[in-house]
Write a protein that binds this ligand. Structure first.
Ligand code: ATP
Length: 183
């Protein structure tokens, strides 16, 4: 079962072509690493994979996906646990909070979280989603060394469990055996 297929895709913003003729197929366990400087089109490509941006040319087919980008999809005013519960059941919320070492912040309003804690909360939502396809836009931004290592472990576990991942990043991220898309 293929989890993501981009077939000769062109990504455009306004009149500008950012990506032309890109084809990718991700099977369970696969990963794609999208790299390139600021403004080149990494986020646009991630949004295309999520179905939020239509291709100018070509086709996109994706399994159910979870997207984590700069927009934290959690209610700022709610305590972290309740904000995460919007997206998943109690058991998965607790498991994902534990996986991201967020248990001690369960009662803290999302708006009070630090940059790295917000990033980990974003990843907890993805983990709890059980979506087979993870789309992570700059997931290492704001993470310290321990949390960056944790991110690597979670992605590896997701792949080992039959999931696939696309990571867009402008800073080096270790992603073994990934298809590299340099923009
Ligand atoms: N809604 C939009 N309408 C028009 N142009 C846009 C829109 N969103 C982004 N762009 C432009 O598309 C280009 C690519 O933006 P994108 O956010 O995909 O780049 P990026 O590689 O993710 O950058 P960064 O590393 O800074 O996050 C930029 O020139 C940006 O100004």
């Amino acid at each position: 079962m293929t989890l993501l297929v981009l077939d000769r895709v062109t990504v455009a913003r306004g009149r500008r072509i950012l990506v032309e003729g890109l084809s990718i197929a991700l099977e369970p366990g696969d990963a794609a690493l999208v790299t390139g400087p600021n403004g080149v089109g990494k986020s646009s490509l991630i949004r295309l994979c999520a179905g939020l941006l239509p291709p100018a040319v070509g086709t996109v087919e994706a399994a159910p996906c979870a997207l984590a980008d700069a927009r934290l999809a959690l209610d700022d005013e709610l305590p972290l646990e309740r904000a995460l519960r919007f997206w998943s059941g109690k058991a998965r919320t607790h498991e994902s909070m534990a996986a991201l070492r967020l248990d001690h912040l369960a009662a803290v309003p999302v708006r009070l979280l630090s940059t790295g804690q917000r990033q980990r909360a974003n990843l907890a939502r993805v983990v709890a989603s059980d979506a087979p396809l993870w789309l992570l836009d700059e997931p290492a931004n704001g993470l310290d060394a321990d949390s960056t290592a944790l991110l690597g472990e979670l992605v590896a576990a997701h792949r080992a469990g039959g999931g696939a991942v696309v990571i867009a990043t402008h800073i080096p991220v270790t992603l073994p055996n990934a298809v590299e898309v340099r923009l």
